[in-house]
Design a binder for this molecule. Structure first.
Ligand SMILES: [Zn+2]
Length: 348
């Protein structure tokens, strides 16, 4: 086992303060495993931290990366059921309070004391990361590491689209914001039985929406050129979308969602941004719409998503734009920031 390893580290709270640094290989506790990282996805949140535009607190210096998988290289004394060499993917709630009432109800994703990889605790953009064994899930044999590294964003999409929305066969669903999460939500909406899945984006999103059309979405609407209300008027009874998933970071897109949703419809909001809203929520009342937030994911969602990857029911590969060694991290971050890459995965 080497003593040191190269890692992508955010070292200060200022713009651009991320670099490849030599860091110590972590030492594991009794309940932890040491994971040899084989794939780690670049998340929009990693890019925000690179630009110091995040709206959460970061404990620097910290190794970035929370979307990861790998092989177990060492196992803590008290770990049961996992062994050296096992191929696993890891959840993201690195630290939780096991006695928190939410944790006891299985909703540890909402535990207020939850601390995550890549901002509070060292993440996986390195050769090794230490992981509590309660976070681990086995990767099906036929799923390669670069696909398993996309399990986490698939789980975010599953939570927002399946757990926190209610889609029935034949529904019309709109996904606002064709970033990686939005595109995966469109795929999940189609898998949930939606008859029409409409991606809503702006002109510069066209390339990504075209890829979404090959991976689940049935329609793409450029809202700078086309009127969504007119599009919806041509579908079914014309009263609007049954379900809307808002995956943008702009608060104002909720205004559109309220405009496009049908009476008694459902909005699931998974994108977040700090801007205050300056519009009336009256349509929510008048249309008796359900508005539901969605954050992170839980154990059962991970098992289902990995099962879907194993059977081939879910294939996120159309959204994997770039596979790169760790020293290519900057190109991956810049490519995701500029919108040229949907999802980049590093293979440390
Ligand atoms: Zn993420």
């Amino acid at each position: 086992m080497p003593k040191n390893m190269p890692a992508v580290v955010q070292f200060e709270m200022k713009k651009g303060a991320v670099e490849l640094r030599d860091m110590a290989v972590p030492e594991i506790g009794d309940q932890e495993v040491l994971l040899r990282v084989r794939g780690v996805g670049v998340c929009g949140s990693d890019v925000h931290q690179y630009h110091n535009t995040q709206s959460w607190s970061v404990r620097v210096p910290v190794i970035l990366g929370h979307e990861f998988c790998g092989e177990i290289a060492a196992v803590g004394k008290a770990v049961k059921g996992f062994h050296e060499g096992d191929r696993v993917a890891s959840e993201t709630a690195a630290e939780i309070d096991l006695d928190c009432p939410l944790t006891r109800q299985g909703m540890y994703n909402l535990d207020p004391s939850r601390r995550g990889f890549g901002y509070d605790l060292n993440g996986a953009m390195a050769e090794y990361v230490k992981v509590p064994s309660r976070l681990l899930h086995r990767i099906p044999k036929n799923v390669p590491f670069e696909v398993a590294a996309m399990t986490e964003p698939c789980c975010v999409a599953y939570q927002a689209t399946v757990v926190n929305a209610r889609i029935r066969p034949g529904d019309t669903a709109i996904v606002i914001g064709p970033g990686p999460i939005g595109l995966l939500c469109a795929t999940m909406a189609r898998l949930s039985g939606a008859g029409r899945v409409i991606l809503a984006g702006i002109t510069r999103d066209q390339g990504r929406m075209d890829i979404g059309l090959k991976a689940g979405a049935t329609h793409a609407v450029d809202t700078q050129k086309e009127d969504m209300k007119a599009v919806l008027a041509g579908f079914g009874d014309g009263l609007g979308a049954d379900v809307i998933i808002d995956s943008t970071g702009a608060s104002v897109s909720l205004k559109n969602a309220l405009d496009w949703v049908r009476p008694a419809g459902h909005i699931s909001k998974v994108g977040w941004g700090p801007q205050p809203m300056d519009f009336s929520m009256d349509p929510l009342v008048k249309k008796a719409v359900t508005l539901q937030g969605s954050f992170s994911h839980t154990w059962a969602v991970w098992e289902r998503v990995l099962s879907m990857l194993g059977t081939g029911q879910l294939d996120p590969r159309p959204y994997l734009s770039k596979l790169s060694k760790i020293d290519g991290w900057k190109d991956c971050f810049d490519g995701m920031h500029g919108g040229g890459y949907i999802k980049a995965v590093l293979t440390p």
